[in-house]
Write a protein that binds this ligand. Structure first.
Ligand code: SER
Length: 314
């Protein structure tokens, strides 16, 4: 019998691309896209789709019963900027959504669970440069608090119940296929759309705000590499530090000007996302991922910029 994979939150920024890639690898019929919204990607990517609300246990249980999945990717979440507008809802979705999925994964003998964490688990007192896997972590957004708590739950389910949960702390993810989901790093996507539309962009983060980032192709490849890695290689059961590049809005603008010479970057004052960005690392040390599952990014800022402009021009 073929094994089935569920992707919950399939229509988001990551899910849209992850579902396509998993279907390429495992076959369209064996990757079930689940979301509370109808999928809007083109029919060539079509495969099974289910409406799933991770907070509705009856609904979730019915999906586990129907598909008896061997692997689950839980991507449904409220991100950093949106989370601050509705902290209780962000906590509820990010936390109880995870606990519901972990519990059903145990009940239905799911072999592997993937759950994304984020650089948002770090906070104002974490080291800013080459932030290491283990250091002070004092997140001050509800998103970061929920991700740090979620990491602890993932490790707990692994230690207490032997559930094979795997996780990555994503940096800002840059992609062109689906819109970003309300994060603090979203400027690094909007900037490309506006550069092509009007050769200018008004950044909500200031010129010197350095943040860790990654091109989506690297993120998808890394995620699948972690999920395929031999179990005995994995030494981290909370969530792996993970990075591709780091830059500031100013540095990205200079790179964009190599393609669009008259591109202008302006800055808006007093955006609440600035304080969030200021509390996060500027760069990440991902040596555990390099050592345990040979992680190596392929996209630097120059190559990412070329790819973003090439795809968005079409
Ligand atoms: N990109 C995310 C955010 O900005 C970080 O995990 O919220």
């Amino acid at each position: 019998m073929h094994e089935t994979t569920l992707v919950i939150g399939a229509n988001g920024q990551i899910g849209t691309e992850l579902v396509t890639e998993l279907r390429n690898i495992y076959g369209s019929d064996y990757v079930v896209a689940c979301d509370i919204r109808r999928p809007d990607y083109d029919t060539k990517n079509a495969g099974p789709f289910e409406f799933v609300n991770v907070l509705d246990k009856e609904n979730l249980k019915a999906i586990f019963q129907k598909y008896k999945p061997s692997a689950i990717y839980l991507l449904a979440a409220i991100l950093s900027a949106t989370g601050e507008q509705n902290p209780k809802l962000a906590w509820d979705l990010n936390m109880n959504g995870l606990l519901n999925v972990l519990d059903f994964a145990l009940d239905f003998n799911v072999k592997k669970v993937y759950w994304p964490s984020s650089i948002a688990v770090f906070g104002p007192n974490s080291p800013k440069e080459h932030t290491s896997q283990y250091c002070v972590m004092d997140p001050n957004t509800v998103y970061g608090i929920s991700k740090l708590a979620g990491e602890r739950w993932c490790e707990y389910y692994f230690n207490k119940h032997g559930l094979d949960v795997r996780s990555i702390r994503y940096p800002g993810l840059i992609s062109w296929k689906a819109a970003p989901g309300g994060g603090t790093t979203d400027y690094a996507i909007h900037i490309f759309h506006d550069a092509l539309k009007k050769a200018s962009y008004n950044s909500f983060l200031n010129a010197e705000t350095r943040l860790p980032m990654m091109y989506m192709d690297d993120a998808i490849r890394g995620t699948i590499e972690l999920m395929e890695a031999p179990v005995e290689k994995l030494s981290i059961r909370s969530s792996y530090n993970f990075t591709g590049m780091d830059f500031t809005p100013e540095e990205l603008a200079i790179e964009i000007r190599k393609h669009i010479p008259d591109f202008k970057l302006n800055y808006s004052a007093h955006d609440p996302r600035q304080a969030i960005a200021d509390s996060w690392p500027k760069s990440i040390d991902d040596s555990f991922a390099q050592r345990d599952w040979n992680w190596k990014p392929e996209f630097d800022m120059a190559r990412m910029t070329e790819e973003m402009l090439r795809h968005l021009r079409k």
